[in-house]
Design a protein around this ligand. Structure first.
Ligand SMILES: *Cc1c(COP(=O)(O)O)cnc(C)c1O
Length: 377
């Protein structure tokens, strides 16, 4: 991910501008650091518990446990849901590898299904057919900030006795039928990696719950399996949310809604500027969704050449993700090839993430749009 400073801002449009975000917050972040320093409560303590309740309240979730990353959030959630070696988990190959690493690392077996090309998230119609006697749960990913279609997934889960774990690492504040993701499944995982819509100044994550009783197990796992100091119910991990990161996140959380509005404004400008262009398919927002545009992912003809053209014009873009998981070397043992998941493959061949961050201006979007149009002329 590229970040930039004032000086190069005029000429270059970054993919993401974290420097701009932190410029206005510097005093508040330094104050937060000072507060943590002066209490010397670096592990657990008041900053962590305050952030946990503030984030749960923001989502309308029944609880939140801070952990050290989004990947740990997924891992601890899967363990808390009781995944055992050989248990099957249904998810999609169109995601970041952390989703599937977590499944494998608790001994689970991946059952991939294709995406719905409209939302680029798991296709609920494909899920029930993938459920076997060994399946224990469904792991939808709210990719790019657009929620997966949860109601049909929750219905299959109910009918077949499965849990639903939401990978909400890209979807802070996204809504499904008016309710925040992260409060709708049994558990959900969030990442506060710096580039996420709500980002710490380092690694951080959280597990949130629809069902709060599952959070006790997550709380134990992040701290060596202990419910009480030095009394261990199971083995666990060092996987806590760092207190300094919690203090930083408390500064940023009240600003998240405004940032989401900035991203949605950027998306609306892109739609105005590029909506009529036949060579580029813009991201859709389902009628039941509030998209938070963590990434603004278009699908374009001659994608690689378009990306090079934009780079030459000083416009940074990204590919999320250039190779679907079922075709990665890491998953060769699953035995999939090209053609296994056609919608996923067609999407990864054409996708391109355009610059997207809350401070994006209308003239930035205009420049990106002009450059895209000049490529297809
Ligand atoms: C970022 C991300 C994760 C992992 O989060 P980390 O905090 O980097 O461990 C998991 N799933 C998805 C979809 C992500 O985008």
């Amino acid at each position: 991910m590229t970040t930039t400073s004032d000086a190069s801002r005029a000429a270059h449009i970054p993919f993401l501008d974290l420097v701009a975000q932190h410029r206005d917050l510097e005093e508040a972040l330094v104050d937060a650091f000072r507060r943590a320093l002066r209490t010397a409560r670096f592990v657990n303590g008041p900053e962590v518990t305050a952030f946990e309740s503030e984030f749960a309240a923001y989502l309308g979730a029944s609880g939140c446990v801070g952990v050290s990353s989004g990947t740990d959030a997924l891992r601890f959630a899967l363990a808390a849901l009781g995944v055992r070696p050989g248990d099957e988990v249904v998810t999609t190959p169109h995601t970041f590898i952390a989703t599937t690493e977590a499944v494998s690392q608790v001994g689970g077996v991946l059952r991939f299904v294709d995406i719905d090309p409209d939302t680029m998230t798991i296709d609920p119609r494909a899920v029930e057919a993938a459920v076997t006697r060994k399946t224990v749960g469904i792991l939808p990913v709210h990719l790019y900030g657009h929620p997966a279609d949860l109601d049909p997934l929750l219905a299959v889960a109910k009918k077949r006795g499965l849990w639903v774990l939401e990978d909400a690492c890209q979807a802070h504040g996204a809504r499904y039928r008016g309710r925040a993701v992260g409060s709708l499944g049994d558990l959900a995982a969030f990442s506060f990696y710096p580039g996420k819509n709500l980002g710490a100044c380092g690694d951080a994550g959280a597990v949130t719950a629809g069902r709060a009783e599952l959070l006790d197990a997550v709380r134990r796992l992040r701290e060596h399996g202990q419910a009480q100091k030095y009394f261990h119910e199971t083995e666990g991990y060092t996987g806590r949310l760092d207190a300094i990161q919690a203090a930083f996140l408390r500064v940023k959380l009240p600003l998240l809604e405004g940032w989401i509005e900035g991203r949605r404004r950027g998306a609306a400008w892109y739609r105005q500027a590029l909506g009529d262009l036949a060579d580029v398919e813009l991201p859709k927002e389902a009628a039941w969704a509030r998209h938070v545009y963590h990434l603004y992912v278009v699908r374009a003809e001659r994608r690689d050449a378009l990306q090079a053209h934009l780079e030459k014009a000083g416009i940074s873009t990204g590919l999320h993700y250039p190779m679907p998981l079922h075709l990665q070397k890491a998953y060769a043992h699953l035995g999939f090839g090209r053609g296994s998941f056609p919608h996923t493959e067609r999407t990864s061949d054409r996708l391109l993430s355009l610059p997207m961050f809350p401070e994006l201006t209308e003239s930035d979007v205009g420049r990106v749009a002009d450059s895209v149009r000049s490529f297809y002329r």
